[in-house]
Design a binder for this molecule. Structure first.
Ligand SMILES: [Zn+2]
Length: 286
């Protein structure tokens, strides 16, 4: 799933390749991805793309005052093409949700792999009309994200630190993968109650969030959209690495599975050597 660093890299890529171009046509292949109808998506045709921005994990193309806002969700992606096929795609079950043709023949596809239909596209006059954007919390790469800000967020929450880090209304842009990385970096259990963290833990957590995201943004910058996924994967220490050795201590990376996702951690580095209960399994055994 694209998180802050990948979306940030897509923003840079589109600034370079799409800004200044005029939208020639938008093909909707999967009508369910389009979450708004006024203004219609056809209103974008003939307008110039004047800017690209990121809000949390949302991508925002400013098309002369109209905004094409995209949430790629878990399996969504943006596929850039210097020369798109001009024929309209056939609507159907394929991964294609939306295709945007630009005036020089280039353009991009918004796609979603698998059957979970979560890729969401909005055409609005202001990005804050998108409920998910309006709800976003502080951006971890902004100046407002200080140690005190983070301390305040954690102190007010009853949940576990993993849940706080991935709650978009609290911190915008951090998802399942980079929160695993951050927690591994500071040696904290994902299940540690957020409000139990001491000042020193919060300081280290803050530094890890900023460093991890900045590092990932730096590695992702300048890469073509198609290379971002593999770059993300190669930069991860524990996330998605169940069964592989922890790069710090050599212990085997473990996972906790939930209904539709899993988190990874190192027991030696994060939980005093104690494996965490697999919630899916424990639920089944009850
Ligand atoms: Zn370890």
């Amino acid at each position: 799933m694209p998180e802050l660093p990948e979306v940030e890299a897509l923003v840079s890529f589109l600034r370079e390749h799409a800004v200044g171009r005029v939208v020639a046509r938008v093909d909707v292949a999967g009508i369910e991805v389009l979450k708004t109808y006024d203004p219609p998506v056809t209103a974008l045709a003939g307008l110039e793309i004047t800017g690209v921005a990121r809000h949390g994990k949302f991508l925002d193309l400013d098309v002369s005052g109209l905004h094409l806002v995209v949430h790629l969700a878990r399996a969504g992606w943006l596929r850039w093409s210097p020369a798109l096929a001009p024929a309209p795609p056939r609507p159907g079950k394929g991964p294609l949700g939306l295709r945007v043709h630009l005036d020089d023949g280039s353009g991009f596809d918004l796609t979603e792999a698998g059957t979970r239909k979560r890729l969401s596209v909005y055409v609005v006059r202001d990005p804050s009309e998108v409920p998910g954007v309006a709800r976003l919390g502080v951006d971890p790469l902004s100046a407002e994200f200080t140690v005190d800000t983070l301390a305040g967020l954690l102190a007010e929450e009853r949940g576990q630190v993993k849940g706080v880090l991935t709650n978009q209304s609290l911190i915008a842009g951090l998802g399942n993968a980079y929160s695993d990385e951050v927690l591994w970096e500071v040696g904290l259990s994902p299940f540690k109650p957020a409000r139990n963290l001491g000042r020193e833990d919060v300081e280290r957590l803050h530094a890890a969030i900023v460093d991890t995201l900045r590092g990932a943004v730096q590695r992702a910058q300048g890469l073509a959209a198609k290379d971002l996924k593999s770059e993300k994967k190669s930069g991860l220490n524990v996330h998605g690495r169940t069964g592989l050795p922890c790069p710090r201590c050599g212990d085997t990376v473990r996972e906790v599975s939930f209904a539709d996702k899993s988190l990874q951690y190192c027991a030696t580095c994060q939980t005093g050597g104690q494996p965490l209960a697999d919630r899916r399994l424990s639920r089944l055994l009850k």
